[in-house]
Design a protein around this ligand. Structure first.
Ligand code: PLP
Ligand SMILES: N[C@@H](CCOP(=O)(O)O)C(=O)O
Length: 518
């Protein structure tokens, strides 16, 4: 941290933020910050109020008026986990998904430029933007714009004010089932299209919007999907007026997920294969046609998704949880969480990162098997059917990213059987949540790690809920009807059929009340 004697007030008129934007004019931000560069000028007081937007301007117009075109920060693509001697890099305005050697890419930020500002500066800046409608900072993703896509024009951003999702204190669930009092569920599925994919898709579609305005050959955007990526892609593309194409494995996604891209006007291909087959096809197709690839192989997506990690720290007032548990499928998200936490540590917002747990369905568990084998000889698997259908993935594209995230966070991989994940989902729902089966996978991992004593009762623990339960009502209906082969459905709560007369209704009610009396 810079000391105040060697630094300049952020509100000083020589600071570009102060000059070119009204970000610091709210009364919430009248704190003095420090930046690490020195200057001889004297600080001047901050402006007291934000000017009202003229009635004939919308929030985009207002952002345009205040736009800061002098970019202080920048980012580029580099090979993922590249050797420090590597000079290979690409502008984010290039259309490239793989490094020269065929490996994954990563978005690398100019950390030196970001480090000119200390942790207190970034914390206060991000905090000052929460809960506003100022374009584009009202979004949980774009409130961290300098760390996401620093060079994009605000006007090119396609946002549904995603993010800022509820960090839910799972008080009753924690106490009743786990003896925990500091258990939290990050509800990333309470979002525009009902999953965490909105975070990354806002970034990707915004960049596509920019590329198209620059005249780059992008006719549309495509993805393979188990249902959530396609929902997010089609919604953001529809909002931007960009054609979208989604490759879906036939009969393997929920009805709610299927109808989302249909309703949003995407070109929907239902293909008689599994997700891994669809992924292979979209990769081949995007190599041939001017269709931009929207899966998380594209590292732009992870820049948006990483903001969920930053948000967790922010919601805890920058206190670091002990554990964060994330359900994993194609394995981009576990790395996105790692990256968000790591950036906060590197830039001085926090002093450590949480331990990460990646939770997989036992029927689609290539990462779990790899972890158990001591990270030796990764083998893709043929993913079996699972109620956690969005993570029915046997050959995850981000396997290397996931291993990196887990190895650098002292992480763990767990798995959950179908019965475990469905029971955990029902237990969570019985305490007032309405979670998806993937969150059930994460909660099953938590049960296991609590039972083995790895996670302690007082550990501050966050379970990432990745999609809205309303997308998966069929699995809940099957469970509560006890309509699942070889599953006891121990926590089912089927409706009671009763005759339409007062006596019958009274009989069942009395029986119920007696069972509840202490
Ligand atoms: C609801 C849900 N949860 C978890 C995941 C896993 O995320 P990732 O593929 O980034 O591991 C996905 C998608 O894969 C998903 O749609
Ligand atoms: N669960 C995902 C699977 C694809 O993952 P992605 O993050 O690589 O797009 C989905 O909903 O399609």
């Amino acid at each position: 941290m810079a000391s105040s004697s060697s630094s300049t007030s952020l509100f000083h008129s020589s600071n570009p933020f102060f000059q070119k934007s009204n970000l610091f004019t709210s009364k919430h931000t009248q704190t003095h910050f420090t930046i690490k560069s020195s200057s001889e000028s004297q600080p001047t007081p901050p402006l007291a109020t934000k000017h009202r937007r003229p009635a004939d301007q919308n929030i985009r117009d207002e952002a345009r008026r205040n736009n800061n075109h002098d970019h202080l920060f920048s980012a580029k693509y580099v090979p993922f986990n590249a050797d420090p001697s590597s000079t290979e890099s690409y502008s984010l305005d290039e259309i490239v998904y793989r490094s020269q050697s065929g490996g994954l890419l990563d978005v690398r930020h100019d950390i030196t430029a970001l480090k000119r500002y200390d942790g207190e500066y970034w914390r206060t800046l991000f905090d000052s933007r929460v809960g506003k409608t100022t374009w584009p900072y009202g979004s949980g993703v774009w409130s961290k714009k300098e760390w996401v896509l620093p060079e994009i024009d605000d006007d090119d951003i396609i946002s549904a004010f995603e993010g800022n999702s509820n960090l839910f204190w799972a008080e009753r669930f924690g106490k009743q089932f786990l003896g925990m009092n500091d258990l939290w569920v990050k509800h990333c599925g309470i979002s525009h299209t009902g999953s965490f994919k909105d975070l990354g898709m806002s970034v990707l579609v915004s960049q596509v919007n920019r590329l198209r305005k620059m005249g780059r050959p992008v006719v549309g955007v495509g993805c393979a999907s188990t249902g959530d990526t396609s929902a997010a892609l089609s919604a953001y593309c529809a909002s931007a007026g960009i054609p979208s194409m989604v490759f879906l494995p036939a009969n393997r996604i929920s009805m709610a997920q299927l109808v989302q891209p249909i309703a949003n006007g995407a070109f929907v291909l239902s293909i008689d294969t599994d997700f891994d087959g669809c992924m292979q096809l979209i990769r081949e197709v995007t190599a041939e046609l001017p269709i931009y690839l929207a899966n998380s192989l594209n590292s732009l997506r992870l820049e948006g998704q990483k903001t969920a990690a930053i948000e967790i720290l922010q919601q805890f007032d920058w206190e670091v949880p002990d554990w964060v548990i994330v359900p994993g499928g194609n394995l981009g998200n576990i790395y996105a969480f790692y990256k968000g936490f790591h950036m906060c540590k590197e830039l001085g917002l926090v002093d450590r990162i949480p331990r990460l747990v990646c939770a997989q369905a036992a029927n689609a568990n290539p990462l779990y098997l790899y972890f158990k084998a001591g990270w030796k000889d990764f083998k893709a698997v043929k993913a079996g059917t699972t109620f956690a259908s969005a993570i029915q993935i046997g050959d995850p594209v981000s396997i290397d990213r996931a291993v990196y995230a887990l190895q650098n966070s002292n992480g763990i991989v767990e798995e959950a059987t179908e019965e475990e994940l469905m029971d955990a989902m029902a237990q969570a729902d019985s305490t007032g949540m309405f979670i998806c089966p993937h969150t059930g996978v994460a909660l099953s991992a938590l049960f296991k790690l609590r039972n083995s004593g790895v996670i302690k009762p007082t550990d501050k623990t966050v379970v990432v809920s990745t999609a809205h339960g309303l997308k998966f009502t069929q699995s809940k209906t099957d469970y509560h009807s006890k309509d699942i082969k070889d599953m006891a459905c121990r926590f089912s709560n089927p409706p009671v059929q009763v005759n339409a007369d007062f006596g019958s209704v009274m009989d069942v009610l009395k029986k119920y009340l007696l069972s509840k009396a202490h």
